[in-house]
Design a protein around this ligand. Structure first.
Ligand code: NCD
Length: 308
């Protein structure tokens, strides 16, 4: 089998993505069937940037499949501090593992690593660029809870400039029919030009607005909230000015459509009030659970494993 990596959600065709999501749903319903498929296999998690969910989700996924994990969770505890390149680190780790998930603050670092790797590499988030496994998580959540990935009106709210999960999700959903976006952000945090161009090239209807109110939420199937990405700001002042720009609370939710699901890649800071957690439309904790199933399906797919 040719070595396959996952750098962007677009590395998979729509058909392959649908198959992967089917597999994830089967795993959800038949956990036992998959409990030993990765016996003897090792996943390396190379996290040069902090993470709770993504790293633990990958580790839980591999353990649920019967495999083992090794890795590090900060650049400080790796040989990067000695000046080792990401390619060399990856070449070395290829000798210790069967598959690798890498997160890095620099855009494109996992791609560079994949070029020297002897095992499949998964981009677990590269700077403000892409986050394909969060997108697969989001897609599995939407498809499982809404029953479809087409004909949806999706609002994305918050830091659309630096939020890599937003970029990956827009690019992926733009491949389905009948998709439209409402992009809700402060002027300074609007989506990057390449994301806007990708939507325009496909004639995807989208509007860019600043307010999160009854009008903006009208007709939305999904509202995808994001935090302001503190670590990617050049100065503290700008961050402080924008961090509480949006707060989704009970009052706002009373103006939102009855069937509008709220998603969030997490971690949340202030953008969703805790009082919203009990609202039946809040799907962000279910989303975390779907993240494990989709990563299990992805590990199996990239390793070419099937349950007979
Ligand atoms: C996201 C990320 O790392 O980009 N978190 C995650 O992986 N679930 C979102 C964020 O950090 O805001």
């Amino acid at each position: 089998m040719a070595l396959r990596h996952l750098m962007s959600p677009l590395d998979m065709t729509i058909e392959e993505t649908d198959e992967l999501l089917d597999l994830a749903n089967d795993i959800e319903n038949n956990r036992e069937k998959y409990a030993h498929i990765c016996d003897g296999k090792i996943l390396a998690t190379l996290f040069f940037e902090p993470s709770t969910r993504t790293r633990l989700s990958f580790e839980a996924a591999m353990m649920n499949l019967g495999g083992k994990v090794l890795g590090f969770h900060s650049a400080d505890s790796s040989s990067t501090t000695k000046g080792e390149t990401v390619s060399d680190t990856m070449r070395i780790v290829s000798c210790y593992s069967d598959i690798c998930a890498m997160r890095h603050p620099k855009e494109g670092a996992p791609l560079v690593a994949s070029m020297k790797s002897l095992v499949p590499v998964i981009n677990a988030g590269d700077g403000g660029h892409q986050h394909p496994t969060q997108t697969l998580t989001d897609m599995l959540t939407i498809r499982s809870l809404k029953g479809r990935l087409d004909h949806l009106k999706i609002g994305l709210c918050g830091d659309l400039k630096f939020g890599r999960t937003v970029h990956s999700l827009i690019e992926s959903l733009s491949r389905y029919e009948g998709i439209s976006f409402v992009l809700i952000s402060p002027e300074e945090l609007r989506v990057p030009g390449y994301v806007r161009d990708a939507m325009a090239a496909k004639n995807i209807p989208f509007e860019e607005v600043e307010k999160l109110d009854e009008n903006t939420m009208a007709g939305l199937d999904i509202l995808y909230m994001t935090r302001v990405q503190k670590e990617r700001f050049f100065n503290e002042e700008d961050y402080v000015r924008m961090k509480d720009f949006y707060i989704l609370d009970k009052e706002k939710m009373s103006l939102a459509p009855e069937s509008m699901l709220i998603l969030h890649p997490l971690p949340r800071v202030n953008e969703i009030a805790v009082e919203v957690d009990n609202d039946p439309r809040a799907a962000y904790f279910q989303q975390v659970q779907y993240g494990v199933y989709v990563r299990m399906a992805l590990i199996m797919t990239l390793l070419g494993l099937e349950v007979k």
